[in-house]
Design a protein. Structure first.
Lengths: 257, 277
């Protein structure tokens, strides 16, 4: 654990999230190393998505949500007063459970949507970026002939890869993934998993998943949550073969959850 | 067994016939209105109707060009006032507002849309006509805008609420500020529905007569100034229909036909925009 904390990209310190009277996340302290994949697993309602969404302040928009404690990104608390959530979110991208390309935009415009905001947008640069991002998610060959058709015409798996391309087009440092494969078929899932493995060279990835095989396949570190608490966190291989806590073992062996 | 089958088929036939009758009954008034207006008004429709102003009583011919242009100007001005207020108000309600204040606004809008339009006209009379010391197109437009406002507000809000939260989140997660997310993602996704709502609101006020009685007043001549009384198609229909002159009655029928056709077109357009992809 001490090694992980020294070069931690993200560190949660006594994080608590309340939704009204519901105490959804309790006193969570954990760290995610840079250029690694951290998987968050646990049964439904255990607070794993809530933890993930607090790493880029997605709860700001939820009425009645309160976040206490701190989330350090490169050692700086993103919940401090001076922190601008908009610029912070450019460093911490997010991929959602259901593929959500912008329905009123073309494939091209979807990829470039976040990038356009920085004002610098020469056509040739944008073309290059779109190609590069779509190549990166291995969607380029499938869509290069029809970049300007509506993004909703793609299949679910293609849409999700498009969403990942859109996320990396703003060049974030961290990518948060909230069950990115739960709406996809096995082949698309495999593609996204391969992609995660490649992306970790450049990005720090935190992925929430219901699928334990997936967590075992893609992650370096796994954190197990139960009822809003972090039960156990450690090397993925160790968590899945020799967990320390009884609850973790019960969950990964399928005795509850 | 046979009798049961027969009974079932008979009952089915009976119910189908019953519902068919109900449908026809519902459609009858619409058909009656439309065909009657068509029959009475068609003969008055000619080029003069769209290019001439009304002739003095006793003289045949003339048209309602000033009423048509006046109505167009009133609706355009009313839209200029009512649409931004309604749409931005809806954006506030659905994207920014705190819940208690929002429900107050929503309730006010519902009450406003329930107010009889003649009352709206009277209020604008007190608000604008009296201080300006005269009837004016501006006052008429304001009265129409007040009628449009709650319709546009509520339909736009409904459309914005139908935009999935995940789209807003996707945009925000890209580091797009909330205002830009609202403009480029939320409003853009809801655009079709908003246009439908706007068209229906326009169609609604295009036929309003009562709120114009004490505001725009009507005008027998050309006018395009906002600070002077202006002609409007429904007002002209009203004034001519209650007049004792046959020539004017004919013009009124023609006006009714034009107005009904306009509203029919607007409703069709609204449906066309609102159709599912």
């Amino acid at each position: 654990m001490s090694e992980a904390t020294t070069d931690a990209k993200i560190r949660l310190d006594r994080l608590n999230v309340h939704f009204g009277a519901n105490h959804a996340v309790k006193e969570v302290t954990m760290a995610m190393a840079s250029n690694s994949v951290t998987a968050i697993i646990g049964p439904s309602g255990c607070g794993k998505s809530t933890v993930l969404r607090s790493i880029n302040r997605m709860h700001d928009l939820t009425p009645g949500a309160r976040v206490n404690g701190s989330v350090l990104l490169d050692g700086e608390d993103i919940y401090r007063k001076e922190c601008d959530p908009v610029t912070m979110r450019r460093r911490v991208g997010m991929v959602f459970q259901k593929p959500n390309p912008f329905p009123a935009m073309s494939i091209y415009d979807n990829v470039i949507a976040g990038y356009r905001l920085n004002g610098r947008g020469r056509r040739s640069e944008m073309d290059a970026l779109v190609e590069q991002c779509l190549q990166r998610v291995s969607l380029w060959d499938e869509v290069k002939e029809r970049l300007h058709v509506n993004a909703m015409q793609l299949s679910g798996g293609q849409q999700q890869r498009l969403c990942i391309a859109r996320t990396i087009a703003v060049m974030p440092e961290v990518i948060l993934m909230d069950e990115p494969c739960s709406a996809l078929d096995p082949i698309s899932t495999l593609k996204v998993e391969e992609l995660i493995d490649e992306l970790k060279e450049k990005y720090t990835i935190v992925i929430v998943t219901h699928n334990m095989q997936q967590a075992a396949r893609v992650s370096d570190t796994t954190a197990f949550f139960y009822l809003g608490e972090l039960i156990e966190m450690g090397d993925t291989k160790k968590i899945f073969t020799n967990p320390e806590k009884r609850q973790t073992e019960d969950y990964i062996t399928g005795r509850f959850g | 067994m046979i009798s049961y089958r027969l009974r079932r088929k008979l009952l089915n036939l009976l119910m189908t016939l019953g519902m068919l009758t109900a449908t026809l009954l519902v459609l009858t008034p619409l058909g009656l209105i439309f065909f009657h207006i068509l029959k009475m008004g068609f003969s008055s429709i000619n080029l003069d109707f769209f290019t001439q102003i009304p002739k003095p009583p006793g003289e045949a011919g003339g048209g309602m060009a000033n009423g048509i242009v006046g109505s167009g100007l009133l609706i355009a001005t009313a839209s200029l006032i009512g649409l931004p207020l309604g749409i931005f108000g809806a954006v506030y309600l659905s994207e920014y507002g705190s819940s208690r204040f929002s429900s107050l606004i929503r309730f006010s809008a519902d009450v406003l849309s329930g107010i009889p339009s003649i009352i709206t006209g009277m209020v604008v009379y007190g608000l604008l006509v009296v201080p300006m010391k005269g009837f004016s197109a501006l006052a008429g437009a304001l009265a129409l805008a007040l009628i449009m406002l709650p319709i546009v507000l509520r339909t736009t809000e409904e459309q914005l609420k139908m935009v999935p939260m995940t789209l807003r989140e996707a945009s925000l997660a890209l580091g797009v500020p909330l205002w830009r997310t609202t403009l480029k993602v939320t409003l853009k996704s809801a655009l079709k529905g908003i246009i439908t709502g706007v068209l229906l609101a326009v169609a609604r006020v295009a036929g309003e007569t009562a709120p114009l009685l004490f505001t725009a007043l009507g005008n027998m001549f050309w006018s395009h100034k906002l600070n002077e009384p202006i002609a409007a198609l429904p007002l002209q229909i009203f004034n001519f229909a209650i007049s004792p002159y046959d020539d004017w009655h004919r013009l009124a029928w023609g006006g009714a036909l034009v107005l009904v056709t306009l509203m029919f077109t607007l409703s069709l357009l609204a449906r066309w925009f609102g159709r599912t992809r």
